[in-house]
Write a protein that binds this ligand. Sequence first.
Ligand SMILES: O=c1[nH]cnc2c1ncn2[C@@H]1O[C@H](CO)[C@@H](O)[C@H]1O
Length: 348
Amino acid sequence: VNGSEIELHVHLDGAIRVQTILDVAKRRGISLPATTAEELKEKIIIHEPATLTKFLEKFEEYMHVIAGDKDAIKRIAYEFVEDKAKEGVIYVEVRYSPHFLADCDVGKPIPWNQTEGDLSPDEVVRLVNEGLREGERAFNIKARSILCCMRHMPSWSIEVVELCKKYRNDGVVAIDLAGDESMNLEANPEHRTAYEEAVRCGIHRTVHAGEVGPASVVKEAVEVLKAERVGHGYNTLQDPALYRKLLEQNMHFEMCPVSSKLTGACDSDFTQHPIITFRKDKANYSLNTDDPLIFNSNLLLDYSVVHQHMGFTEEEFKRLVRSNAKKHAEYEPLRLHHVWKARSATVF
Ligand SMILES: O=c1[nH]cnc2c1ncn2[C@@H]1O[C@H](CO)[C@@H](O)[C@H]1O
């Protein structure tokens, strides 16, 4: 870690401080199955490789505490920037589902068993933006955001792209599609419609694909949803023709080493990890934490894993999307699109 890192794939709702969850629960009178930060942490974190489904269930331990609460939402955004600044990050794109943090205008059932309130997805985005802006000023780094559609909630997707359009001048830089990859696009055409609107309006696009799903999901993400970056993408390697094509296109892959082990996406033996192949082939990729709360991790841990177990050298770290970030992060907002495309340092 050289103090000018960039991070492109991290979920805001997977990067909350345990203490904040406790504080907010206490203030709101919400009971939790733990009274100390240590106890709560034990409930939330994953120690051993699990499955993506098991991992996604972890959000149920605490999302009901934060969702629907204006102060909490602004606070997690602000604290997120502080935590990233402490990790030496100077440019971060943080993603979340506005609907998952709202308690009205989300249809039924309201997420996390909440009773209906007055916090809409639109208001959530405004609050996160406020928290991020205040964090940027306080900690002197740049924090942008990506709004997530959820695979299992196609009815939200059109609203997500509309929010991306509405807040594009307030630090919202792209749209994402997260959640369980086994839900296909044919059955959920709304995601496709939302991404078409994103293309039409010049909203940048990334998609979770090939994390636990097969290479065909990556292909669909790139060819149908016109993704400009792929979230994870490990299983791209199962389709050599697709892999070659994406290498030629200089497609950016947002890789998350620690996450890939604990979600069971990749073999737990890091020495067999797909990232080794991407590195060998000089692919365009970044290293990211994904959900540091649940993985009990930080960016340094992801960097040290690839250093210790995948033979990463200082040379490779220099080639990664990091070294030139400082120069680029200082560009005016328009030029930040160059960062968004995340070309590696040698390509900048
Ligand atoms: O690694 C992942 N793969 C797929 N979906 C994820 C991952 N991490 C988090 N989320 C999902 O994205 C939502 C918005 O931030 C989270 O609430 C979680 O459901």
